[in-house]
Design a protein around this ligand. Structure first.
Ligand code: 99T
Length: 204
């Protein structure tokens, strides 16, 4: 399988954490996508018309995107305990936690683009502040309501939240997300030591 990849994308990291947690990292060949919202890679666009990463190309040419679909696909093809519970409300709680982690990444990537890509004269501080507000309220919700599911055996929600918090450390150290969130900080301190997280640290 070929994965359109970037070492700085938290969505790609989510897929690679899943691959490591489910013993499939060796089945994946990564290809540097070298893409941006203002400089698209036409080869990637042929596989994923949105031009976004990650996209996974299976050996028969079938293309899967986005990260949620790819993670669910990987989870469907290993013999260990599934990262997404198969039945019950637990399944949908884990999927909601995954959505919350994804939402943090969505807002953080948009804020990053605002800072890094948009010309200074066109920047809109209120819009960036709106993205940061989404991150802040999502982090508060994780601290207040989700610590129970952020424990024990890894699940798809933890993978997404782990990738999101790693991205905040990487791109937004000034946000100081740990301040006032002792439970989330302690959980991440442990989760970040997992081999899957260590093997997928973001970098240039
Ligand atoms: O928007 C674009 O054209 C290029 N951006 C991306 O491909 C980002 C890379 S993170 N990926 C997504 O936004 C994927 C979101 C999708 N819903 C999913 O896969 O879950 C780059 C971060 C950085 O450069 O700091």
């Amino acid at each position: 399988m070929k994965l359109w990849h970037s070492p700085v994308s938290p969505f790609v990291r989510k897929v690679m954490i899943t691959a490591h947690e489910t013993g499939q990292a060796r089945d994946i060949t990564t290809v540097d996508a070298n893409t941006s919202v203002v400089a698209r890679n036409p080869d990637l666009v042929r596989d994923n018309p949105t031009g976004k990463i990650p996209a996974l190309v299976l050996d028969d040419g079938t293309v899967l995107f986005d990260s949620r679909v790819i993670c669910a696909f990987l989870d469907s093809r290993h013999s260990g305990t599934p990262l997404i519970p198969e039945t019950g409300i637990e399944r949908f709680r884990v999927l909601t936690l995954e959505a919350l982690g994804d939402a943090i990444m969505d807002a953080a990537v948009l804020a990053r683009y605002e800072r890094a890509l948009r010309p200074a004269e066109a920047r809109w501080d209120k819009w960036e502040a709106g993205q940061i507000a989404k991150i802040t309220s999502a982090l508060d919700d994780l601290e207040a309501r989700w610590l129970g599911l952020l424990g024990g055996r890894p699940n798809a929600g933890m993978v997404s939240v782990g990738a999101a918090l790693g991205y905040l450390d990487f791109r937004f150290p000034d946000l100081d997300w740990r301040a006032g969130r002792p439970g989330l900080s302690a959980w991440y301190g442990g989760f970040a030591r997992r081999p899957s997280m260590q093997a997928t640290k973001p970098g240039p």
